[in-house]
Write a protein that binds this ligand. Structure first.
Ligand SMILES: [Fe+2]
Ligand SMILES: [Fe+2]
Length: 148
């Protein structure tokens, strides 16, 4: 795949790199949550099984939306996830998920700010929308962790 060259919007290579870091994280958590919901067991696991599955699908949609934006801006979306950690107990799983959501929130706040500084309103708006969803995920996992 070759990069698009005709985008009207010009952004820095730093911002493009940040978008690819975001994609790598989204692919990571999409797979991580999917394998976690496959492996969840016991009564507590049963209660949140569908929720974890839904969040996994949401993360895949994030990866796709960010990749579309990155490609439009002239970048090539990565296919490589950041390291996936499934965990062996429910507590281990959710502790990791809370950390990953916190990491996404931190990076996406930086992307929102960077895109704003570079006058890229579309990336700014996209990441404000995604950021809101990551905050919801963080809230969901933090609440789940209280019961484990
Ligand atoms: Fe996400
Ligand atoms: Fe998330």
């Amino acid at each position: 795949m070759t990069a698009k060259q005709d985008s009207v919007v010009r952004v820095s290579s730093t911002l493009l790199k940040m978008l690819n870091d975001a994609i790598a994280r989204e692919i990571q958590v999409a797979i991580q949550y999917m394998w976690q919901h496959v492996q969840w067991g016991g009564v507590k696991g049963f209660a949140v099984h569908d929720e974890l599955k839904a969040i996994s699908v949401a993360e895949m949609k994030h990866a796709e939306a960010i990749a579309e934006r990155l490609y439009y801006l002239g970048g090539i979306p990565t296919t490589k996830p950041t390291p996936i950690f499934v965990g062996s107990t429910l507590k281990e799983m959710i502790e990791q998920d809370v950390k990953d959501e916190a990491g996404a929130i931190e990076l996406y706040q930086q992307i929102v700010e960077k895109a704003r500084k570079e006058g890229d309103e579309t990336t700014n708006r996209l990441f404000r929308e995604i950021l809101q969803q990551e905050e919801d995920h963080h809230d969901t996992f933090t609440t789940l962790l209280e019961d484990l």
